[in-house]
Design a protein around this ligand. Structure first.
Ligand code: GLP
Length: 236
């Protein structure tokens, strides 16, 4: 894993955006695996800025998002579909037909199979952006007994429900399950960028990078990826 130390959130966001800038510049028809959560917002803002300045063109890009809560419609302002529209898709010239987010209201079994097809049809992912959950999850691949290879329907852990309740008006509103891209597609991405911000993530990041490779810390599998870049601002 390559470690890039950032000095603060703004610096981390710029560094992540720079990597995506290079990817899209070098390969305009890139397949970008995109993430939600608070971590990537600053990077998306920077990408939007560069687009507005005419420095970036997303017209040939395909995007495949990591995950979606089950039960939330795209119109729900807590859905990841809504998040992507708000922070990125509505502000750049990406073709909406080339954006993909799992459908949280579809039958989960059918949707997981459909999403695998989406990934396969796109020819896999060129660059996968990831955030990191406090329990080491990536996408919504929660700590488990085995690594999940394919897109799967996952029950969220109490830790994740607690962590994500800040976005909802009450904990009861946090969905209890989600559809997430599996670790197979993430590991097959040509480049993986793991963005981490906040000293509350320092301990789990240390486990991810230096601890044993275990499904109890799903992101630890990234130690086996041959082009994984960690961009982190985790100092106090
Ligand atoms: C959610 C998402 C993850 C994200 C994580 C961390 O659970 N499913 O993809 O990485 O939150 O979120 P944050 O960046 O807000 O800490």
């Amino acid at each position: 894993m390559k470690f890039i130390k950032a000095t603060n959130y703004e610096d981390m966001s710029k560094k992540v955006a720079n990597i995506i800038f290079s990817q899209v510049t070098l390969k305009p028809d890139s397949v970008l695996g995109l993430a939600t959560g608070s971590t990537p917002i600053g990077a998306y803002e920077q990408l939007v800025k560069w687009y507005q300045e005419g420095q970036l063109d997303f017209s040939k890009v395909t995007s495949i998002n990591l995950d979606e809560y089950c039960g939330l419609t795209p119109e729900n302002d807590q859905s990841y579909c809504y998040f992507m529209e708000k922070h990125l898709f509505s502000k750049i010239n990406i073709d909406k037909n080339n954006t993909n987010v799992p459908n949280g209201t579809a039958n989960p079994t059918v949707e997981c199979l459909r999403y695998e097809e989406v990934i396969a049809t796109a020819g896999g992912i060129d660059l996968q952006l990831l955030g990191l959950g406090h329990n080491g999850h990536i996408g919504f691949n929660e700590p488990a007994d085995t690594f999940a290879k394919l897109t799967n329907h996952v029950q969220l852990t109490q830790t994740t429900i607690e962590a994500n309740k800040r976005f909802f008006s009450s904990i009861e509103e946090v969905p209890t399950s989600a559809i997430t891209m599996g670790l197979g597609a993430i590991m097959q991405a040509k480049t993986v960028v793991l963005a981490v911000n906040g000293k509350d993530k320092a301990e789990i990041l240390n486990k991810v990078m230096n601890g044993p490779i275990t499904p109890q810390v799903p992101a630890s599998i990234l130690q086996l990826h041959n082009n994984c870049i960690v961009v982190a601002s985790v100092q106090g």
